[in-house]
Ligand binder design. Structure first.
Ligand SMILES: NC(=O)c1ccc[n+]([C@@H]2O[C@H](COP(=O)([O-])OP(=O)(O)OC[C@H]3O[C@@H](n4cnc5c(N)ncnc54)[C@H](O)[C@@H]3O)[C@@H](O)[C@H]2O)c1
Ligand SMILES: O=C(O)CC[C@@H](O)C(=O)O
Length: 398
């Protein structure tokens, strides 16, 4: 008697507010259950995943956004869990807030608005007080000033190009710039050979790099010392890029004129001339929908076909899916893995129709399409045999 192995409906959990239009991509074929302790996939925004156990059924995590410092990527890689993000999906939203803040800080708008609010109750006197008081808030125009852009990725490139349009001189620094971004960047953006060169020449600095071991604390006592006095610094990337003790001192001395950040904490809120937003960079309807849809589509594609697009830990891999049985395997990037996987498949008297293997650093990903029908009893046996190969992290048959 043949036993049918019924395909279990896969569960997807969200850990933050994910736009409904994104979840609609999944609603029909998946169980969306935020209480589930053992989901097949998770969609997340800024939730701190370092603090939770992912569950042993987890196959994919999609960050509906750019930064993945809230996800223990290395740990998940070792467990064969693919981590996606949504490159560029919120870049326009961040760019618009950066440019808004650049002009608002240069014109002392934040302090001016707060002062004006305090005039409430003075009725007939208000217009007189406004005219005498406004001299405290005289600002500077940005036209003709130099904007330094650190990190010329999705956001930095948009900011750099549009700042040129506002009449600024723009100097950029990004030693790892991608070819795609370089194509989109205006040739009028000057290239800083070193970050010090950017620090020394900019009247305003905006930073658009990920928070990593290399970038943590890049704004510190030493780098403030190189900058022009009264420089305005905009940080819509991550709080950890700034050494807060040094920032406090630099703001008090006037070395830094303004610090605009999307990442408030108790220290930052107490700083003179610091303005904080509640992590609003990506908070537009358009950006939330873009991110959610991109994240959901990537998860769906991976669960249904094994194809990987926009992963931060596994190689992007695509093998057109035509509905055949497919073996997918994450494994160490060592010799003879593909040979061993295909040998196991052959040992079940199955013929290979197509295959792909891609590597990224210490890990690789292989997908093999099988020409024959594979009966449901064979599937767990085949998975078990592949799992026994030394160097396999996980495997899954679709
Ligand atoms: N405030 C928000 O809501 C918000 C929204 C989106 C992104 N972010 C933050 O902004 C960061 C950038 O986002 P993105 O979409 O532009 O990412 P991105 O990956 O497109 O661009 C990052 C760029 O930084 C460059 N880079 C890396 N290390 C660098 C270094 N040491 N010096 C100079 N350049 C360096 C990379 O080469 C890349 O071009 C994210 O990692 C995230 O932390 C914040
Ligand atoms: O989800 C958000 O609102 C913020 C996202 C942002 O920090 C990112 O890194 O993309």
């Amino acid at each position: 008697m043949t036993m049918m192995v019924l395909e279990k409906v896969k569960t997807i959990k969200t850990l933050n507010n994910i736009a409904e239009t994104g979840l609609d991509v999944l609603r029909e074929n998946y169980l969306l259950d935020d209480e589930n302790e053992n989901p097949d996939a998770i969609i997340v925004r800024s939730f701190n995943m370092h603090a939770i156990e992912p569950g042993n059924n987890l196959k994919a995590i999609a960050r509906a956004g750019a930064g993945v410092n809230n996800i223990p990527v290395e740990q998940y890689t070792e467990q064969g869990i693919v981590v996606f993000n949504t490159p560029g999906a919120n870049a326009n939203a961040v760019k618009e807030l950066v440019l808004t803040s650049l002009m608002a800080s240069s014109r002392n708008l934040f302090a001016g608005v707060a002062w004006t609010r305090e005039l409430e109750g003075q009725d007939q006197q208000i217009s007189k007080l406004v005219e005498t008081g406004k001299k405290q808030f005289v600002g500077k125009e940005i036209r003709g000033k130099t904007l330094g852009v650190i990190g010329l990725g999705a956001i930095g490139a948009l900011v750099a190009n549009d700042a040129l349009g506002l009449g600024m001189d723009v100097i950029g620094f990004d030693p790892f710039i991608s070819v795609d971004t370089a194509w989109n960047l205006s040739r009028n953006v000057q290239r800083a050979g070193t970050i010090e060169q950017l620090f020394a020449n900019a009247d305003y600095i905006t930073v658009h790099v990920p928070l990593t071991d290399d970038t943590v604390g890049m704004f510190n006592e030493k780098t403030f010392g190189i900058m022009k006095p009264d420089v305005h610094i905009l940080n819509f990337s991550r709080g950890g890029l700034v050494d807060e003790k040094a920032m406090k001192i630099a703001l008090e001395s006037g070395q830094v004129g303004k610090y605009i950040t999307d990442f408030p904490n108790e220290n930052v809120l107490k700083m003179k001339n610091a303005v904080s937003f509640p992590h609003l960079g990506a908070s537009t309807i358009e950006s939330e929908e873009n991110c959610a849809k991109m994240a959901a589509r990537q998860v769906k594609e991976f669960l249904e076909t094994g194809n990987i697009q926009n992963s931060v830990n596994f190689p992007n891999t695509n093998l057109p899916y035509i509905g055949r049985r497919r073996v997918t395997a994450f494994h160490q990037n060592i010799p003879n893995m593909v040979g061993q996987i295909t040998s196991v498949i052959s040992s079940f008297n199955l013929n290979i129709a197509d295959m792909v293997n891609r590597s990224r650093g210490e890990y690789a990903y292989t997908m093999v399409d099988i020409e024959n029908d594979v009966n449901d009893e064979t599937i767990p046996m085949l998975e078990e045999k592949i799992n026994q190969i030394q160097g396999i992290v996980t495997n899954r048959m679709i």
